[in-house]
Ligand binder design. Sequence first.
Ligand code: PEP
Length: 291
Amino acid sequence: MSGGGAPASAGGGRHAGGAPAGGDAAGVGGGTPLALRRRIVAGNWKMHFVTADAAAFCRELRRGLAEPRQEPAGPARPEVVLFPSFPLLPGVARELAGSDVAMGAQDVHPAERGAHTGDVAAPQLVDAGCRWVLCGHSERRRDHSESDELIARKVAAAARHGLAPLLCVGETREQREAGETLAVLERQVRGGLSSRPAGPAGVVVAYEPVWAIGTGLTASPETAQEAHQFLRGVVSEAAGQGAGAVTLLYGGSVTPANAAGLIAQPDVDGFLVGGASLDPRQFLAIIACSG
Ligand code: PEP
């Protein structure tokens, strides 16, 4: 069963329209061409939709993606990934079969199998057609008290089974106000990547300030850029990869109205979209301005 293709190596051809000033300018790790950075737009459906809604969404998304691009000579379209909840995975995999839209799960258990009622293992996700898995989303850190140590084991389990982990990090409002943002991000990245097996696949991390998730309070482009530039260095070092192999998504109340300003930042490589990913027209509009 296929959830579409999310090539493990560099995909979207970052910045075909011109190299950004950030990224390798951050200079950490070096050695990996900037062109290996990927453009990705991912939709996190959270605990929304039933099978029929998901199918209707996928059909409209595929229709929209099949429409001729306005600027055929422009940069390649970003990779597109959907993160439905577990029961929707088989239906979404069927709807996406034959497309280049990839599918991921919203969580994974660190163990391969066993007595863990209610949990789902990486081989089961692969079997369902997943190519990706979210690790450490702030709602799981909050609702399930997930620690960086547990998240690291999830990241490692995903990578061992060929799933691309999308590690989510971000500070709370209180942490930002206390001037702790960069320390929190560094701790979450180093913790979350501490058990990741070495491999050629580029790391993908989403910066999702908790105060921006589902609140309508998007980070300004400057605030996002500051965090992303810092993260590029930390992730590169923690993952042992050149800064150019690190792909950084922004998440937090992204809409078609604010996406263009964010994606124009040199270290923003794409988006993890929550609320706006439930509306195919909004999601398509965000994809359209992220190429
Ligand atoms: C998210 O939960 O990953 C997210 C970014 O949500 P929203 O876009 O709704 O803020």
